[in-house]
Design a protein around this ligand. Structure first.
Ligand code: FES
Ligand code: FES
Length: 166
């Protein structure tokens, strides 16, 4: 039995500690917003945060996450209202949607580090997240909109994921 903290909630999971974290999140904890793409750390579909840092859960063993706060797309915001989620909606970003939770988690990591990212910073941060549908231009526009909106409000929003109350 291992203990994981996912989106602020404690889970006791009967899993092999060497199991990829992605399996524990999806198949055991039943948080299916995080997707399996390549399974080799190449596509970004499985991206979650470990202590706020975007991490490929398909190549991270469960035992590497025991002491971390894990955040999945389900915990990005309490009411699906993270500035990125609002901007994704505004720009109608997703096509099939498969890659999008990974895209959002990577973008959230970027905005936590750079509240007004440059084109180069966006390109660099997002370069490892693949989208078969080619939504890249809309993703980029939505990241810029999210950064602008967050910077326009008087009290800056915390762009790091909000831990969901469950
Ligand atoms: S499924 Fe993890 S990077 Fe592709
Ligand atoms: S929206 Fe279809 S793979 Fe990205």
């Amino acid at each position: 039995m291992v203990k994981l903290t996912i989106n602020g909630k404690k889970y006791d999971l009967d899993v092999n500690p060497q199991m990829p974290l992605l399996w524990a999140i999806r198949d055991i904890a039943k948080l299916t917003g995080t997707k399996f793409g390549c399974g080799k750390g190449l596509c970004g579909a499985c991206t979650v945060h470990l202590d706020g840092k975007p991490t490929r859960s398909c190549i991270t063993p469960v035992n590497a996450a025991l002491k971390s706060k894990i955040t999945t797309i389900e915990g990005l915001s309490k009411h699906n209202d993270h500035p990125l989620q609002l901007a994704w909606h505004e720009h109608n970003v997703p096509q099939c949607g498969y890659c999008q939770s990974g895209q959002l988690m990577t973008a959230a990591g970027l905005l936590s580090e750079h509240q007004s990212p440059t084109d180069e910073q966006i390109n660099q941060a997002m370069s490892g997240n693949l989208c078969r549908c080619g939504t890249y231009p809309r993703i980029k526009a939505a990241i810029k909109t999210a950064a602008k909106h967050a910077n326009q409000i008087e009290i800056k929003q915390d762009l790091s994921p909000v831990i969901a109350e469950r």
